[in-house]
Design a protein around this ligand. Structure first.
Ligand SMILES: *Cc1c(COP(=O)(O)O)cnc(C)c1O
Length: 858
């Protein structure tokens, strides 16, 4: 914004502020784009139980293939402007998407009406990431149009597989955290909980991974280049977001923030349908736009094209890319800007929605619970304080009471050093008013700490929201705990460690604030859709498909584990899924490790086992071995060099094995590129063995472990994250346990005597494996990996090596008893119903959110 415009803007803001002092009800009209949208009168008149389409005089959408075909033709003609004869495949895809979407849009309208009429307590889920997965297949399933859509397409001479292949995955997240957000939204809709997810509509999602000479290379993911038919733009709900500038006091002593940059946040939403219900919630994603004056026409006319759009480009950079990982250093300020952008626009939208049916601020926490998915949206706490105190004129104390009651915080971290912090100087520059508010919150909070623990200065220093040494930084987790009514970890072990170690001081101060809500996954996405053949078999075995929304019913499969013909069919399904995946011999044991590359997850441990097995096969020609296909998939953060070395070494080992005819009949390593939700849905149903081998005490929960167990894979794993709860449920006999537990790992690491070299020297097989790498046996690749393991081995890989290899020998032995393995596979599925995201959401709803469903009726 030009200096002159900013000055006018500031004057305007001062004027509004003045007016508001006399009339706190004044809406910030001049800050808002023109809004002439009213709720349809029908919402107000009739409430929940009416057919909005009929009420509006519209023809109801049909449920037959013939009617679907008619609607396809009509959308092709009126919305794509073409005909079947001249339609491209892209035209056909977009038309199909719109026709499916129309069915859900009808439910969406009824949902909005029912929720509006109920004026319920809402759940607002704030997350910097959503890994939603492909939308077409899901939306066909949820709208019940899967079958008729295919028939209709064929009727029109179109190949359904060719058309549906154009559906893309919006990769708006990095991994587990973003996928959890998507699974929770799915479960909330399925359970009829009134909810909105808020996020950022990144132009570029998580990078596309490719391999060149075995090295990871990253390509941009321009996911919406062709447009995104699933998205409803809502420019009328545009919001204004401020950055930089300074604060000043008005005559009455109230604070006013005069921004130095103004950016518009333009929302669009995607539909989040529930399964087996008419509820369709939304996820609202914000995109940054330059303000109206950010295009400089005079410069453009003078031929300065780049300079003319400089400011707009600068503003729009905010939603340009998903940050590839929270651990990278680059672009720090832009990331903080993203966080505030998400929080500020979402809160304004939440308040707009609150005002539709409510007028008293004290009702705000009764009608609103805002769940913070990790610390990325924590700025929402000082932002709500700013809105309530500065803009709405509430007293500090009332605003603080409202704020604390409104928020809840999910912590996904364990390592104290991985908790998010921001330099105070950056905070001050970007968000001058928020730093004042954070200081004020901190002062009140630390007074409480001093009163409770007099003379414990060290505790006060630890708990302060501001870290003083070695650099002044804002501790986002401390702010998140102080400003919320509930804090939860994501698995039992994780929640315990949070309260005992990571956030111990806070748990001592407010024990009642700390909860556990064990993660879960969507049975729709990861069983029904990913594994249709197994789903059909389960449905047949249980005599119905109610398990899809009531996953505890899987327990009914237990007796069938004893039924030889059921076991045979179970194996046939697994076999067919391996054929469908098309990687490796379907008769071999399919051993999968699919997840982000991180040293704590220990792909390097799996690799040492592979090299050991390679040596055993080479050393014993003529002996037979259990044939295995080891499947890796996952991305490394672009700047995470240690993880990238591991990727490169895996590819080199895979090539060496492939080229060795003595080994390749028994061992194959495959590493398909670009792990994402789509690829996971192909791999998981084919897995026999699930690798969950992180160092105990490092993985908060894991959710890949749940997906695999539910699809009948047996786990080889440590006592980490939700592995513990999986083992408790499926039974120790059906889980291959190995490795140090958390106390032993902590003791070994912190004892100061851990020597990876001692393990190397004492274990011949381990030495051989590491020597092979050091001697350059794998195309000379991977010495960095071996050096790092022998030098420091942060994640105690070598300490767990022997028990891991022994556990793998147990796996081989167990695999040879086919009937027994199948029995255990069935029991893994039958006993994992607990890991449904529906259960997770029920836990949140009863323990933290205190919300009740709103049923959508016809
Ligand atoms: C489930 C999932 C994850 C999380 O996997 P973990 O094994 O729990 O780390 C990451 N990425 C994708 C694409 C997923 O579907």
């Amino acid at each position: 914004m030009h200096q002159a415009d900013l000055a006018i803007y500031a004057a305007e803001r001062r004027g509004i502020h003045d007016a508001r002092r006399h009339d706190p009800g004044v809406v910030e009209e001049s800050l808002q784009p023109a809004r002439n949208r009213q709720l349809p009168a029908i919402f107000l008149r009739k409430g929940a139980d009416m057919d909005v389409r009929n009420g509006m005089g519209l023809r109801p959408l049909g449920t037959s293939a013939a009617e679907f075909e008619q609607d396809l033709l009509s959308n092709l003609y009126y919305r794509r402007g073409t005909t079947v004869e001249s339609a491209s495949t892209q035209d056909a895809y977009e038309t199909l998407a719109l026709t499916v979407r129309d069915r859900l849009a009808e439910r969406r309208v009824r949902t909005a009406a029912a929720q509006y009429a109920a004026n319920p307590r809402w759940v607002y889920y704030l997350s910097a990431e959503y890994l939603l997965g492909k939308q077409l297949e899901q939306n066909m399933l949820y709208s019940g149009t899967d079958r008729i859509a295919r028939i209709a397409l064929r009727q029109l001479g179109l190949d359904p597989d060719e058309v549906t292949a154009l559906d893309l995955e919006p990769g708006l997240g990095n991994g587990g955290l973003g996928r959890l957000a998507a699974c929770l939204l799915d479960a909330m809709a399925t359970l009829d909980i009134p909810a909105v997810g808020y996020g950022i509509r990144y132009d570029f999602g998580i990078f596309k991974q490719d391999f060149q000479d075995g090295r990871q290379i990253e390509r941009p993911d321009d996911w919406a280049f062709q447009g995104n038919p699933w998205e409803f733009p809502a420019p009328d709900d545009q919001q204004t977001v401020f950055f930089y500038g300074h604060t000043e006091k008005d005559a009455a002593g109230r604070t006013l923030w005069i921004p130095g940059e103004v950016v518009f946040a333009e929302p669009s939403h995607m539909l989040v349908p529930g399964h087996g219900t008419d509820t369709v919630n939304i996820v609202r994603l914000w995109r940054a736009r330059g303000s109206h004056s950010s295009f400089d026409l005079s410069r453009f006319s003078a031929g300065q094209y780049a300079e003319a759009v400089d400011e707009a480009v600068h503003a729009e950079n905010i939603s340009k890319v998903l940050y590839p990982d929270d651990s990278t250093e680059s672009g720090r300020e832009l990331r903080l800007k993203q966080q505030y952008f998400l929080v500020s626009s979402s809160l304004r939208d939440i308040i707009r929605r609150f005002r539709l049916r409510n007028s008293d601020w004290t009702d705000f926490p009764k009608k609103t619970v805002i769940q913070l998915n990790d610390t990325h949206p924590t700025l929402a706490i000082p932002e709500l304080m700013r809105l309530l105190v500065d803009e709405e004129g509430l007293s500090w104390d009332l605003a603080w009471a409202i704020t604390k009651q409104t928020f809840a915080y999910t912590c996904h971290t364990l390592l104290p050093e991985a908790l998010e912090t921001w330099p105070v100087h950056m905070f001050e520059r970007l968000l001058p008013r928020h730093i004042e508010i954070v200081y004020a919150i901190n002062e009140i909070f630390l007074t409480e700490v001093r009163n409770r623990f007099p003379a414990d200065l060290d505790r006060v220093r630890r708990m302060s929201i501001i870290q003083e040494e070695p650099e002044r930084r804002v501790r986002m987790a401390n702010l998140a705990v102080v400003g919320t009514q509930a804090v939860n970890g994501v698995a039992e072990l994780h929640s315990r460690l949070l309260a005992d170690i990571t956030l111990r001081d806070f748990a001592e101060l407010w024990p009642e604030k700390f909860h556990n809500v064990t993660n879960g996954i969507s049975p729709r996405r990861f069983v029904k859709m990913a594994n249709p053949a197994l789903s059909d078999l389960i449905t047949e075995g249980l005599g119905g498909d109610a398990w899809i929304t009531d996953l505890d019913r899987l327990a009914g499969l237990e007796p069938l584990a004893e039924d030889a013909s059921f076991r045979l069919r179970w194996r046939e399904v697994k076999q067919a899924n391996k054929v469908r995946l098309g990687l490796g011999d379907p008769a071999s044991l399919t051993d999968v490790m699919i997840k982000r590359f991180h040293e704590y997850k220990r792909q390097q441990l799996k690799l040492l086992h592979i090299i050991t097995q390679y040596h055993r096969i080479k050393q014993n020609p003529g002996q037979t071995f259990v044939p295995r296909t080891v499947l890796f998939a996952g991305k490394a953060a672009p700047a995470y060099h240690a993880a990238k070395h591991i990727i490169r070494l895996i590819n080199a080992v895979a090539a060496t094995i492939d080229a060795d005819p003595a080994v390749s009949p028994y061992l194959k390593v495959v590493f398909p590129a670009n792990y994402n939700v789509t690829l996971s849905s192909l791999i998981i149903p084919a897995a026999d063995l699930s690798e969950q081998i992180s160092l105990a005490g490092k993985e908060a929960s894991g959710t890949g472990n749940m997906k695999l167990a539910l699809n009948g894979a047996l786990t080889v794993g440590t006592l980490d994250g939700a592995n513990i709860e999986i083992r408790d449920r499926v039974g120790a006999d059906n889980f291959f346990l190995f490795g140090l537990d958390t106390p032993a790992a902590l003791e070994l690491r912190n004892g100061g005597t851990y020597s990876p070299r001692a393990y190397y020297e004492q274990d011949g097989e381990l030495r051989r494996a590491l020597d092979a790498i050091l001697d350059g046996k794998f195309a000379g690749v991977g010495r960095e990996v071996a050096d790092s393991l022998l030098g420091w081995d942060e994640y105690l890989t070598l300490a767990d090596y022997r028990t891991y290899v022994d556990a793998q020998d147990d796996v081989d032995a167990a695999w040879q008893d086919t009937e027994s393995w199948t029995r255990r596979s069935i029991l893994n599925t039958a006993r994992s119903g607990f890991f449904s995201a529906d259960r997770t959401v029920r836990d949140y709803a009863s323990e933290i959110w205190h919300v009740t469903p709103v049923k959508v009726t016809r």
